[in-house]
Ligand binder design. Sequence first.
Ligand SMILES: Nc1ncnc2c1ncn2[C@@H]1O[C@H](COP(=O)(O)OP(=O)(O)OP(=O)(O)O)[C@@H](O)[C@H]1O
Length: 835
Amino acid sequence: MEELQRSFSPPPCPSTVTVRRNPPRRARATPFTTAAKPPSASANTHDVPAFPIDEILSIQIPQSEPKPSVTESLKIFLRIKPLKTVTKVTTTKSRPRNVWPQNPSKKNTAKENRNPENAKKKKSEEACIALNDAYSVTLTPPQALQELKRSKTEVYEGFSHVFPADCSQNDVYGKMVQPLLEDFMKGKSGMLAALGPSGSGKTHTVFGTPKDPGIVPLTLRQIFNKSDESSQGGSFRSFHLSIFEIYSERGKGEKAYDLLGDGSSELSVQQSTIRGLKEVQIRNLEEAESLIAQAMLKRATATTNSNSQSSRSQCIINIRAAHNGVSNETKTQSSDAMLTIVDLAGAEREKRTGNQGERLVESNFINNTSMVFGQCLRALLEYQKNRKKGFQKHHQNSLLTRYLRDYLEGKKRMALILTVKAGEEDYLDTSYLLKQASPYMKIKFDNTEEVCNKRQLKTFPRVERNKKMKLGVPKTSQNDESVAEAKNQISQEVNLKEKKADPTDKSSPRLEHVASDKSEREHIIMRNFAKVVWNVLKQYNEKLKVAEGAICSLKENLRSEQLKSRELETELNNLKSSCLPPKSNSAEPCIPEVEALGHAKEQFEVATSLANAESNVDEDPSNLIETRIEVSAEECNESPVPSKNVVPDLGNEDISCAKQDDPTPSPEQVEVSKNCNNNRLSNIQTESAISRRFPDSEKQERRLLPDTSRSLAEEMNDLDLNDNQIEKPQVKMAETRVQEKLESTQHRKVEVPAREAEPASAKKQRNGQKPKRRLQPASSVLLTREINTLEIEDDITERKGNRGGKKTTTGTVAAQPRSQGSVTLLRLLTNNLHL
Ligand SMILES: Nc1ncnc2c1ncn2[C@@H]1O[C@H](COP(=O)(O)OP(=O)(O)OP(=O)(O)O)[C@@H](O)[C@H]1O
């Protein structure tokens, strides 16, 4: 038996087990049969428990609390503004009496207009929006758009209530405000907002007129009625009012202004918090109404083509209910409730309003705010319809939406009233608003060209998606969930279309309109761009002219400076030429002036060269300077050596001037004078040579000197070579320096200024040979020194003699008359010696 059992027993488990996921299906008995039948023996090995359907059915499912639906936390109402009574004008207008025959077609139209039934018909034909029921409307594009483009009727559904054109303010209050106000009086916060295009009746709905009061006055009346009732019950309640507006002045960013504040009413804004807002307690209706009227006077309004008194700001009215409730014996302060009523500025299209300048900037701000508000609303609607999808936050993009964040995120209750205009010309505005803010949308393709268009639309994937988006009303259709995703897609796409108008997508008249707008915008952009380019070119042209003017003035300056420079050069040369005589005591003091002129010239030339380099004038400044240096050198060289008759006059009268009284010139003066001395020294040397070669017997009175030397000294005196103001050591120093200068001049010819090299170069150019001074024999040098010594001694004697008075001593050589022959001879000898 045991063996038999072993033989039937399953084999030992392997190390790995394979589990079969999908076992082969077997026909199973129904639960009833399996439940009735006792488990068989074979079922021990493959025991499948019976499906506990009875148990499941007997389970009592606990009833969960109903979640707030979209319509509970966010109620959207629609109000249609009555059409303008165009027919009135035609009917009341008296027909002009005209003798000319009338145009039959015009006559007929006039007849039709006069007929009230026809007028009514026309009125209804003009409207683009029609009421389906209390919760939905149908928007039909105007005939022009239908003909031009693919027509499409849109059905908007899911409104909490649609107020027809002939509804009263009380209707609106009763359906929209009353429930919210009741909650408010119980301590729940809530918000009411009016949204719609410009001139559609937002302000009318919110504030109304004294005859036809709107939401705010009706609410205040109700509040004080109710508070009176509740105050009779014994509880204490106070109400506080604050009003402010958000406005963008000239597009410089959003600012909040207190409409109840005094003086400077600008409020500080930090994220969503507005600080410094004045809150006034309101005790009765009159107080409250007067405060509202006061605030409305301060509100920014303007006249546009759409509205004679268009709101240019977002107006926010806060009514706070401070409720001090007493619960039993312990005093507890219940939380305050806030009722916020918002009158938004209406979105407007530039074309319709004709806004320009400041108004246009304002409308940009208004459009932006209403767009952001619409985005927040759309995101909230989509989120509430399908919470699986994330909640897209847009509230950061405007101050208003930041302030109303709690409401736009669905944390607090909000009732929104969309105001639309029903005219055909208002179709685009109305369609835009409804797409943005209506809970649900259904598109009807009821055009005969549908089939043809469908084929065409296959090329556009986005359009094809649109076709699938036939949405059902939540109240009437059964497939809410299946269409929810599709609706999301629609809304996203609508937003996308409105943001980035795709010109290739011709699926809707709106987009076609956008495409035509785009081409127009491009044209405007190109025109503006061309204007900008033109302005830039003009500016460059002006700059160019200014630059040319500056260049001209610089050139003129340069020319005038060049003239001045030439004048200075001439003057310098004149002065140099006057300083050139070899023997002139009086010439010595002029040297600093010459030096100064020389320096001035140098500086000027450098400045000129710089100016030339900077101004890029055609002339080469370096060449100019070089040329001038050469010219001046030539002028100096060619300047005739002044005759001995002339030099003393110059020295005594003109040049000696200030320095003549100074017996001891400064080392600078001595150093400066070396150039002029150069000539004199060479003359001295020459004369020494003359005296060596041609002894003169006339001058024999000289002591300690041979006759020849004495005669030479006399001749030198005749030539006025005696230098009264230069003492011997100074003369020697000057001589040595001159020698050095000459050497350096020969080596660095270019670097040496013309005035320094002047004496040597003058002789070089005149004679075409190097100066012979170096080639003179040593004896002549010695003789020169002796002569110098003697000369100085004579000078000293002469000075001593002159010190007593003006009378000259008879012993001085200078006073002795010279013979004409001796002068001529000396000149010849001088020239010959320098050859
Ligand atoms: N339902 C209505 N019944 C009668 N008149 C209306 C209605 N709605 C608006 N109006 C009139 O239309 C004009 C413009 O309305 P309103 O100023 O309220 O527009 P709005 O939407 O506030 O414009 P905006 O955004 O430019 O301020 C007003 O003269 C107003 O009296």
